[in-house]
Design a protein around this ligand. Sequence first.
Ligand code: SF4
Ligand code: SF4
Length: 175
Amino acid sequence: MNDPFVCARCAAKGPTCCELTPGCEDLCFPISKYERERILECAPDLGGFVLQPNTAIFIENLLRLFPDQRRTVRELFPLGGTHYRLALDEFGKCLFLGPEGCRIPQEARPYYCRLFPFWTSENGQISILEVAGCLAQQENKTAGKLLKSLDVSLVKARKIHEKLRIAWGFDSPPE
Ligand code: SF4
Ligand code: SF4
């Protein structure tokens, strides 16, 4: 059943998917140039981005997300290179996070944020990125129930994932 307030309930108890444990910044997903420019157009005075080294843990995480793209992951994010991630405060909260939630308009948010807690495999199969503190996951144990709870259709999830893959450099934009 759709639950429009599950993320607000999650935020009230905290922490949410908009926070990382300080010291675990390596686990933050990358933000492409296209996504940064789009965000800065809509929210120029909020949040920000940080240049982060491509560490072994960061690359390992990407390899888990793209198990069939090992070579491409290493080409796009070589060890010792850098990528941009969301800037966080001293407590690990995303700087775009406000008292009422994300301050970036929904359509301009990073694709990873728009997709979370879902992921899509090469063949389009939907999966859940398991996070212990996610209230929606705690209350909905299957992908089908979770999709309904967060009011996300399979078509929409696949579409966002396609856009993410293009923005991050895994696929070419359509002609
Ligand atoms: S950009 Fe918005 S949705 Fe994404 S982590 Fe930051 S506050 Fe949360
Ligand atoms: S997606 Fe999960 S972790 Fe993120 S705010 Fe909603 S319930 Fe919380």
